[in-house]
Design a protein around this ligand. Structure first.
Ligand SMILES: O=C[C@H](O)COP(=O)(O)O
Length: 252
């Protein structure tokens, strides 16, 4: 059975003192359950402090992006070497907001995924369709393209350790969640694509999250679906009580 993986994506929110308070509160109350994993993906300035505060607890700390090069003349960027050195374990790659506002492509996503594995970081690779694509019945083709290109050139072992987050863009921050059946249909398709490019064994292992207006009120139904193994959560991951309820749902 696959673990349930609940990852908070704080996006560009909080200041350091608020991040620290969150960590103090959450690390003290996380459910002690090996089947549910809790990750917080925070802005870069908070990472050293969060890693320190999470030590000795089950909370893992992730970044929301990184460059694919190890170092060099890339003003304003952060490298996988820097993240690994801090003790970060996960990194979100190819979030739709980065694809939209920062010109990320399937090619740069693929470079970043390789860089993550080269530095022993677990990538959370985001895929998802726009409303226009869904209405034009292009969802499955689009997702297939993103998954194939994003995972290109990885070994089977690397694919099985990748976390794939299906986030329909029209459901992000809108309060409009995909129905659990709609979400599961695409997650099943993602697992089938993984099977096509690797093997049934790898497809059975890969963790597929749903993201888009997930909250305590709807997570149980989403996690009860056959191919949804967790959630990538924005707004509802910002408050300790809400984040803890989401992680608790992963233990059921
Ligand atoms: O990465 C998280 C997603 O963009 C979902 O954000 P949201 O939960 O605020 O809709």
């Amino acid at each position: 059975m696959r673990n349930k993986v609940i990852a908070g994506n704080w996006k560009m929110n909080k200041v350091l003192s608020e991040a620290d308070q969150f960590a103090d509160s959450v690390t003290a109350s996380l459910p002690n359950d090996d089947n549910a994993e809790a990750i917080v993906c925070a802005p870069f300035p908070f990472l050293p402090s969060l890693v320190e505060k999470a030590k000795g607890s089950d909370l893992k700390i992730g970044a929301q992006n990184m460059h694919f090069e190890e170092s060099g003349a890339f003003t304003g960027e952060v490298s996988p070497v820097m993240l690994k050195d801090l003790g970060v374990t996960h990194v979100v790659i190819g979030h739709s907001e980065r694809r939209e506002h920062f010109a990320e492509t399937d090619e740069t996503v693929n470079q970043k995924v390789h860089a993550a594995f080269n530095h022993d970081l677990t990538p959370i690779v985001c895929v998802g369709e726009t409303l226009e694509q869904r209405e034009a019945n292009e969802t499955m083709n689009h997702i297939e393209n993103q998954v194939q290109k994003g995972l290109q050139g990885l070994s089977d072992e690397q694919v099985s350790s990748t976390i794939i987050a299906y986030e329909p863009i029209w459901a992000i921050g809108t309060g409009r969640t995909a129905s659990s059946e709609e979400a599961n249909e695409v997650c099943t398709q993602i697992r089938n694509i993984v099977q096509d490019i690797t093997s049934e064994n790898v497809a059975e292992k890969v963790v597929i999250q749903y993201g888009g207006s997930v909250k305590p009120a709807n997570i149980d139904e989403l996690l009860s679906q056959s191919d949804i193994d967790g959630a990538l959560v924005g707004g509802a991951s910002l408050e300790p009580a809400s984040f803890l309820q989401l992680v608790e749902a992963g233990t059921k």
